[in-house]
Ligand binder design. Structure first.
Ligand code: MG
Length: 295
């Protein structure tokens, strides 16, 4: 396959009307994309069957990134509740909200490993004075960590402690590599995607892959390519990188973008949350297969 064949056709705008969209996940059973409109503190859901978008939750306490756990349930980050939580058919319960007795900042993005462990980033965007993306508050444990949480034991382990604004994260298909985006340029640091080797539930050997343009969130396809959001000024889109950071393709949608997810009946559609809108980009790839749901 030629690298230019990774993206099929032009991006389609499926819906618009949000303030800042982020945190998309494809729901196979509903054939729908669920995502957050963070400043409006609501959750939206677009149906691939009808093309309609509904407000799934009008009072969502500033949710952000989300994914599915091994049982296919939605796990999502909540700025307002300063926690990672699970939504089972509209009943939302806390998974983890504190580290060593101190509240988390405002979990931003989350992934679930094949062993069920929940990995998430915890920058402070949801506790800032502006209160645009949450409620003002203190950074109680004094850092912005990437954590690994094991529900069965309640063990919460910091795995990355030296990034200024860890944001999106994803594993390589075999989970031997963890990618984490840093959106630190606005905090006097830099924007980049960093790769780590995953070793015994932690990480080692950090190396920076570069900056596609404020990569906020991303997913990895079955060949290990990184499909990331990018933003520059008032525009943005999606970029495709090889695992070493070599750029393979780039798409522009005309708005700043925040995150992407694969979905659709064949899992080959890339859904992109972009400021006010939800876009779809048809691709010639799919994500790595997930383990079969438990139970
Ligand atoms: Mg994010």
């Amino acid at each position: 396959m030629s690298e230019n064949d990774l993206v099929v056709g032009e991006p389609e705008r499926l819906w618009t009307g949000a303030v800042w969209s982020e945190g998309p996940v494809w729901l196979p059973a509903l054939r729908a994309v669920r995502w957050s409109d963070i400043p409006n503190s609501r959750i939206l859901q677009w149906s691939r069957e009808t093309g309609e978008t509904v407000v799934y939750d009008p009072d969502a306490e500033y949710t952000n990134g989300r994914t599915l756990d091994l049982a296919g349930q939605v796990v999502q980050c909540s700025h307002g509740h300063r926690r990672v939580e699970r939504d089972v058919d509209g009943t939302v319960t806390s998974i983890v909200d504190a580290f060593e007795g101190r509240r988390l900042n405002s979990p931003n993005d989350v992934i679930v490993a094949s062993d069920g462990a929940i990995w998430f980033t915890d920058p402070p965007y949801g506790i800032q004075e502006s209160e645009v993306e949450g409620h003002a508050g203190e950074q109680e444990y004094g850092g912005c960590y990437v954590f690994r949480y094991v529900e069965a034991t309640g063990e919460l382990t910091p795995v990355v402690t030296d990034m200024t604004r860890p944001n999106g994260l994803a594993f390589s298909p075999d989970e031997s590599v963890l990618y984490v985006a840093n959106t630190g340029a606005g905090a006097g640091d830099a924007d980049y995607i960093r790769a780590f080797d995953v070793v015994d539930g932690g990480v080692a050997n950090p190396r920076d892959l570069g900056d596609p343009g404020t990569a906020d969130g991303f997913r990895v396809d079955i060949e290990g390519r990184i499909w990331t959001s990018w933003s520059r000024g008032d525009t943005g889109g999606a970029a495709v990188w090889a695992p070493d950071g070599t750029e393979l393709a780039r798409v522009e949608v005309g708005e700043r973008t925040s995150n992407v997810c694969f979905g659709g009946p064949d899992d080959d559609e890339l859904y992109v949350t972009a400021s006010t809108s939800l876009y779809r980009i048809r691709t010639a790839t799919t994500p790595a297969p997930r383990p079969e749901p438990l139970g």
